[in-house]
Design a protein around this ligand. Structure first.
Ligand code: ATP
Length: 496
């Protein structure tokens, strides 16, 4: 839903404070004016105090502070049947300012009790809400600009500087700007012009670099530096083959789509801990030759009403602006804990937002979701049309353990591998996860070094295996239940 529709709906429903997280005051003024409500509009800003919303002329001879202005509007009754738009308010909104908080609380209670018909709209680039009034606040964000609007906006901006660019470059710039707000776009245009007084192909690089910066500041997305390759995964041949096929499509996406191939959506990789799910997510990004973004669900969850959904939408939009990319959602079951019906309403809504996006997604954002236990996740997640496929990762079989031992020994002691009896290690490591095998190799190499040996020997590794408890030993019952669930469900492809 657009910001305008959201505002209208929440105003009609009597929500007391609507907080628009935005820099663009001119744009938010336009949106608020376009609501055409049968209510008056009053604005307060730090420069002039109370002003006429339309022409910004001061309404009072002396400038009132935020607290004075609200107290005046409340006691005079002028607040009734009005929208009160507050600008620059974030610097004055703190729990320390008890008078301001108290008057806002009073107004909110009067709105909720139906004593006055009014809404406070706060427009601010910084979300700052004192705890005492959190429950009255709903947070909104600006609508990201559509590609055509971005084109018009950039053209207008450049015309003002007597600069013209070809349609092709203009379109490329508009695509690169997608997902950004008008403020962010203008900032980047200013920056590009300041560099050399013109906009050229080279500036696209600057735009992408700035987008990276935005991601780094965004908190909800992390850009992961990937060293892992698909050949670093021992076993999981089915999954690797499947990923290779998708990679071939992804690397030549325009021709593939033109041919009629559907845009790849993503994959859910579920199963036993420590068996290469995260490794596969990272290797996917290397294989697809695109950046890896990790979605941090902990940071998506916000304190304020509407904030979590806003964060989720922003993260998705940012990922789309960076696309083509791989978006890794780790520990999916924790991210959406409680969506089996026992959960919090916010989590349910977030989950719905995520699923709808996944279902309707046409952008080249390839989602890799990883999870240990999805037995309690709602069935709609597993329905066709969400992920392209769902894979189950089991404990590695003999052949896979052999390859995992080889990978980790080769990584650390390449020259010693040929002298090691890997089959003997395989025979002694049934029930070990990939992570168990890696840690055995790490310790064995350390052991060989401590013994002043000239290389790693089979005995070093066997000794560590004998003194190590495997994942299956430690989490016996849980692993047994997980394996039973995945193998009996029939919904999942075996990654092996
Ligand atoms: P969790 O569910 O606990 O997050 P996971 O399945 O994501 O576990 P990884 O993080 O991929 O497990 O594995 C941990 C480490 O174990 C990897 O970094 C890798 O070094 C090693 N490992 C696990 N599985 C394999 C494998 N199949 N091949 C090679 N190394 C592996």
């Amino acid at each position: 839903m657009t910001l305008k529709n959201n505002l209208r709906q929440y105003i009609d429903a009597g929500y007391p404070i609507l907080y628009i997280d935005a820099y663009e005051e001119i744009k938010t003024d336009e949106i608020i004016s376009s609501l055409n409500l049968e209510k008056g509009l009053i604005e307060w800003n730090a420069a002039d105090g109370l002003v006429n919303f339309k022409n910004k002329t001061p309404l009072m001879e002396t400038k009132m502070s935020l607290c004075e202005a609200l107290a005046f509007l409340n006691s005079s009754g002028d607040i009734d049947n009005h929208l009160v738009v507050l600008k620059d308010a974030h610097t004055f909104l703190s729990s320390d300012d008890t008078d301001t908080v108290a008057i806002i609380k009073r107004i909110c209670q009067r709105i909720i009790n139906g004593q006055i018909d009014s809404t406070i709209i706060i427009v601010s680039p910084v979300i700052s809400i004192p705890k005492e009034i959190e429950k009255y606040v709903t947070v909104f964000e600006m609508d990201p600009m559509l590609q055509d609007d971005i084109c018009d906006h950039v053209r207008e901006y450049l015309n003002a500087y007597d600069i013209s660019v070809g349609e092709k470059l203009l379109n490329e710039i508009a695509i690169a700007f997608k997902g950004l707000t008008m403020y962010e776009i203008d900032t980047l245009l200013n920056l590009s012009l300041a560099e050399n007084g013109e906009i050229t192909q080279k500036d696209l690089k600057l735009i992408f670099e700035q987008k990276r910066q935005i991601i780094m500041k965004s908190n909800t997305l992390e850009m992961i530096n990937v060293k892992e390759k698909i050949t670093d995964i021992g076993g999981l041949d089915n999954l690797k083959k499947w990923l290779e096929r998708k990679a071939a499509i992804f690397r030549d996406i325009d021709s593939a789509v033109q041919f009629g191939v559907d845009m790849p959506k993503g994959v859910l990789i579920a199963g036993i801990p420590g068996c290469g799910k995260s490794l596969a997510a990272k290797a996917t990004s290397a294989l697809f030759e695109v950046p890896l973004l990790k979605l941090d669900m902990g940071k998506i969850m916000g304190k304020y009403l509407g904030e979590s959904e806003t964060n989720m939408r922003k993260a998705i939009e940012l990922a789309e602006t960076i696309s083509p990319c791989v978006l890794w959602v780790d520990e999916l079951e924790k991210a959406f804990a409680g969506t089996d019906g026992s959960g919090h309403e916010v989590t349910m809504r977030l989950f719905a937002t995520f699923l709808t996006w996944l279902q309707e997604k046409t952008s080249p954002v390839f989602v890799v979701a990883t999870a240990n236990d999805i037995s309690k996740m709602p069935p709609e997640l597993l329905r066709k049309g969400r992920f392209d496929d769902i894979f189950y990762v089991d404990l590695p079989n003999d052949n896979e353990r052999k390859r995992i031992f080889e990978i980790h020994i080769r990584k650390r002691r390449p020259a010693d591998l040929s002298g090691i009896d890997v089959s003997a290690l395989v025979g002694k490591s049934s029930g070990y996860s990939g992570a168990d095998i890696e840690s055995v190799v790490v310790e064995a190499v350390e052991d060989a070094f401590a013994n002043k040996q000239d290389g790693l020997k089979t005995d070093n590794v066997l000794k560590i295996i004998n003194s190590t408890k495997s994942l299956s030993d430690i989490m016996g019952e849980k692993i047994k239940n997980l394996r039973k669930f995945y193998s009996e469900s029939g919904n999942f492809k075996n990654a092996t």
